[in-house]
Write a protein that binds this ligand. Sequence first.
Ligand code: AMP
Length: 294
Amino acid sequence: MTEVTRTFFESRLQRRGLTALVPTMGFFHEGHLALMTAARQAAETVIVSLFVNPLQFNDPADLERYPRDFERDLEMARAEKVDVVFAPSSEEMYSEPPLTRVRVAQVEDYLEGPRRPGHFAGVATAVAKLFAGLQPDLAFFGRKDAQQLALVRQMTKDLSFPVTISGQPTIREHDGLALSSRNVFLGPEDRTAALTLSAGLFAAADLAEAGEREGGRLLEVASKVAEGVDIEYVTLASQNHAQPLAELDRPSFLAVAARVGKVRLIDNVAFDLVAGQVMADRGRRLERESVLYR
Ligand code: AMP
């Protein structure tokens, strides 16, 4: 049975045993579903929060047209055996007006930070409120948003939230495009162009696994493959603080952001070091068309 809750209080009452939270903005795809599956395996109670968080949108038009379909999402959460779908109103999430913001220094200085002013304060504030209000033991986030993951890990540590953070691999469409709710806005030509972003990242990942450590070389390869897209940045950054790196000498990720048609896309491959060897996490590809297009 999946319960729908609207308040923090009634959500907390649903907790039994170890409780996992999956924070989302809804319009589910297999990336969200993979987080729910991982949460289901790890905890007795799974809470999925569904809230399109106005604080993290720096572009009002983006907020306005963000896809929403509560009934569709609820059905998918039921199929994943989620215990609680927490869908708060804006009033439940934010008092009028909210005066507190959580800011995580350094982590928001590069990549998405300068391009989306206020975005990460919006994310950190919302996640802090979900942690405080729902009191989960575990929380699941996608590596697709690598900088966000770094931010959440740092905030959790700094503020002593008793929550264990788990980062899960990026789920990709069958052609390699990282799943995003915004992919529904890509036309066929945009899609062809968008695919060169992941192709560039994979080419750089192959090079890194073959021993290349120079950041500049990895950026060059990823940028050269990308075509027909308006690149905002290609950056090698540390996993812990999302700081730019000249050398792949620690756990890191190669991140790209680009505009394709009307849509802004981000993607990355993560580089983990295992016994001194670079292991690239390219994520996982779906075998069939995503539920996004059903
Ligand atoms: P969103 O609804 O876009 O805020 O995303 C909710 C959670 O799903 C975040 O932790 C995202 O990092 C994660 N997520 C979004 N897209 C993907 C994906 N393609 N693969 C894995 N996780 C994802």
